[in-house]
Design a protein around this ligand. Structure first.
Ligand code: IK2
Length: 470
């Protein structure tokens, strides 16, 4: 929505008003008294502790809040997305060798834009997957997890006044990162189709409306963020859906930041399609990956971007002036693990073949537990998350005072404290206007040992019996 900026406001205030959207803009106008006196500057004079304007409204973080809650109440933790089983032996051994082996250079800095063995193997691997001849030095950039990859994309390519299309539900950091870069997020929801009663909904039933999507593109659209398979829904975008997105990106000359961190985690024979492989998309797409998700080692924080040099050179500028470098030993370990995987590509002993098979089994275990107690899961085609409708359990919540806090957030907190089971409220993956429309879902992570899933099942069944008054 366009914000009216009075000529009287000074430059600082005008920029802030443009960036912050209507509601905050109006508030600032009120505080600035339309006199041109910048409220932020007045405040700043009062205290050196006032943070930079770009931090306005960014202080809350769902992971910080829920990780703390889960730890405080000693829960069975199906909240944050990390496996509680170990990475595969070959990856662990590669890390141990990197840290404890003869090559002491692995304890020192390596090439800023990526350890040579890692960028080389990634170029070979993704060259094959994307049908491109990749130069390891210019088409690959190593980052501190996919988080930094996303940050580099937005900081490098999004300018004041640019719009970025984000498909909802979305991984929560996209919105603050776009705003911190000075851009305006433009949201488009995946809309759930009604399913026949008695049938479980699938993440495939959540779809974009093509006309609604097209209407989101404007002269100011700089980029679209795609996340397939999608966190939190588990949706794997089909070829037709990706072709529609690609067609619009090409037509409107828009970039695509494609977050594909769950690329190997697809189920029921579904195929993960890389949008950069579609016609006209390579030159406008940055593909983002994560060894944390790929090798079940989220703590290693090795991520990557793959794309044309014309885009990646700008991401390198952000990287060299912020993070500069990622842990060498971790990069070496990921390089060796990918080397091993390339040698077994598509074979039964490949971790990328075994992991999704194992996770599909875990997904089905959790689905059975939830269905048995009357929570309605949306069956995910990918990722290691599923969302479940907890409406049948809403009555469990005590009468709470009128609150702005979405119902799912209140419910998830209550469940952690009283049932010692952690999940994440799905409203955290929505923009403010949509939160209340999707606040009857919570997200569970099923990348857990069977014993953890069994412990969750015990809690749910016991709770269900209590609820039924048995
Ligand atoms: N992109 C997506 C879609 C992610 O899900 C993540 C990791 N999220 O995990 C937390 C959770 O949802 O519970 C990232 C990017 C960041 O990946 P990395 O850990 O490689 O920085």
């Amino acid at each position: 929505m366009k914000v009216h900026v009075p000529q009287t406001a000074n430059r600082c205030c005008r920029g802030m008003l443009r960036r912050s959207g209507l509601s905050l803009g109006q508030e600032l106008l009120r505080k600035s008294n339309l006199t041109g006196v910048c409220w932020f500057h007045t405040k700043a004079k009062m205290s050196r502790m006032v943070p930079a304007r770009r931090l306005e409204g960014m202080d809350k973080n769902i992971w910080v809040e829920f990780v703390k809650l889960a730890a405080t109440y000693g829960t069975v933790n199906l909240g944050q997305g990390f496996p509680n089983y170990p990475p595969p032996d070959f990856a662990k051994e590669a890390f141990v060798e990197a840290v404890g082996g003869e090559d002491t250079s692995l304890h020192q800095y390596t090439r800023a834009f990526g350890h040579p063995p890692l960028v080389k193997i990634l170029a070979r691997f993704f060259g094959k997957l994307l049908g491109q001849d990749l130069d390891p030095m210019t088409n690959v950039l190593i980052t501190v997890g996919a988080y930094e990859a996303l940050y580099c994309c937005f900081q490098a390519m999004v300018d004041d006044g640019d719009e970025v299309i984000i498909i909802e539900p979305f991984f929560d950091c996209y919105e603050p990162m776009v705003k911190m870069a000075g851009g305006t997020p433009v949201f488009i929801p995946l809309r759930p189709k009604a399913v026949k009663s008695g049938k479980l909904m699938s993440s495939r039933d959540w779809q974009l409306d093509p006309a609604e999507l097209e209407a989101k593109f404007s002269q100011r659209t700089k980029a679209l963020v795609l996340n397939t398979p999608n966190n939190p829904l588990g949706k794997v975008f089909s070829r037709e859906e990706l072709e529609l997105i690609a067609e619009l990106c090409v037509k409107h000359d828009v970039l695509c930041f494609s977050d594909e961190v769950y690329e190997w985690l697809v189920y029921d024979g579904r195929e993960h399609i890389r949008i950069a492989s579609l016609p006209g998309m390579w030159e406008r797409t940055v593909t983002i990956g994560s060894s944390g998700k790929t090798f079940s080692a989220t703590g290693w924080k090795v991520g990557w971007t793959i794309g044309p040099d014309g885009l990646l050179k700008h991401l390198r500028t952000v990287h060299q002036n912020s993070v500069y470098h990622c842990a060498t030993a971790a990069q070496e370990a990921v390089a060796r693990a990918l080397e091993r995987e390339l040698g077994h590509f598509g074979a039964p002993e490949s971790y990328f073949v075994q992991l999704p098979r194992e996770l599909q089994r875990k997904r089905d275990l959790l689905i059975r537990s939830l269905v048995a107690v009357g929570m309605e899961p949306v069956v995910p085609e990918g990722t290691y998350f599923l969302i479940a409708d907890f409406s049948a359990f809403k009555t469990e919540l005590p009468e709470l005072p009128e609150s702005e806090e979405p119902c799912d957030s209140q419910f998830a907190k209550w469940m952690i404290k009283h049932k010692h089971l952690a999940a994440i409220p799905v409203s955290a993956f929505y923009s403010a206007p949509q939160k209340k429309n999707f606040d009857h879902f919570i997200r569970f992570c099923f990348a857990k040992e069977d014993s953890t899933l069994k412990a969750a099942d015990d809690i749910l069944q016991q709770w269900s019996r209590e609820k039924a008054g048995q």
